[in-house]
Design a protein around this ligand. Structure first.
Ligand code: ZN
Length: 259
């Protein structure tokens, strides 16, 4: 835990040193451009099965965010100091991505309060995914249960991910695609009316019947935005799929910039 903090500090110090060195040899505009101005923190609780996610979900999502230019991508997890999210790290984050499942109840209420404040007052973007719909920060931001009242079935259904709002920045460059196997979350989704429905979904169950379910929705909460993205059950390698990673890159960029 401590070593992780030290590593973070080292990386930060290392960056400051290299930025200073760059200033000496580069013109100021170029030096400014070299500085990663934005930070996304990808948080998970560390419970995903190792045979699917050897380094947990946060690392898989973070890998997919690496191509983002001018973004620093940081992973954090529940088992680290201050549950992975120190005040300093939260304050410096433009966007927080959240995956939790079994340990929602372990997340401390004071951390939840800090996250909510960062979103509503500081404009930090929040991207809960899959079972993150039941995370404390999401429920607090929605002021609602966040439940999928139709239930949850892990039967390996196929998911057709459908772009519902082709003009939305989160859908940029994305056309309808297939997630081969997923867990089904069934409507209704107990949340406030979203600003945008970006992605819809059609499940094809093992018996061949189909069912529709919303997959990507956005809200404005105070000064910040929230983007919930449903795919991501831990038994399937969904966060390694390139189309899914594309959605996360677009989502992170949009959450910082807004409309
Ligand atoms: Zn699941």
């Amino acid at each position: 835990m401590q070593s992780d903090q030290s590593r973070r500090q080292f990386l930060k110090d290392g960056f400051i040193i290299s930025a200073g060195a760059a200033l000496a040899v580069m013109d100021p505009m170029a030096a400014l451009a070299a500085k990663p101005a934005r930070k996304v923190v990808v948080w998970s609780e560390g419970t995903a099965p190792k045979n699917v996610y050897p380094n947990d979900v946060n690392t898989a999502i973070a890998e997919g965010l690496k191509p983002l230019k001018n973004w620093e991508v940081v992973t954090a997890n529940l088992n680290e100091l201050e549950q992975g999210l120190t005040q300093e790290l939260l304050e410096s984050a433009s966007v927080l991505v959240w995956w939790g499942h079994q340990k929602h109840g372990d997340v401390k209420d004071e951390l939840v309060d800090r996250i909510v404040k960062r979103v509503t007052e500081g404009g930090m973007g929040f991207l809960p995914t899959h079972s993150g719909h039941w995370s404390k920060p999401f429920k607090a931001l929605m002021k609602d249960s966040g439940s999928w009242d139709g239930g949850y079935v892990e039967d390996g259904s196929k998911l057709d991910l459908i772009v519902a709002d082709t003009s939305h920045p989160i859908a940029k460059g994305i056309t309808d695609f297939v997630v081969p196997h997923t867990e089904r979350y069934s409507e209704p989704f107990h949340v406030p009316k979203p600003d945008d429905l970006v992605f819809n979904g059609k499940y094809t169950k093992p018996d061949g019947s189909t069912e529709m379910s919303k997959q990507g929705l956005t809200w404005t909460v105070g000064k910040g935005h929230v983007f919930y993205f449903q795919p991501g059950h831990e038994s399937y390698p969904i966060y390694f799929q390139e189309e899914i990673r594309h959605v996360f890159r677009n989502g992170v960029k949009w959450l910082r910039n807004g409309k």
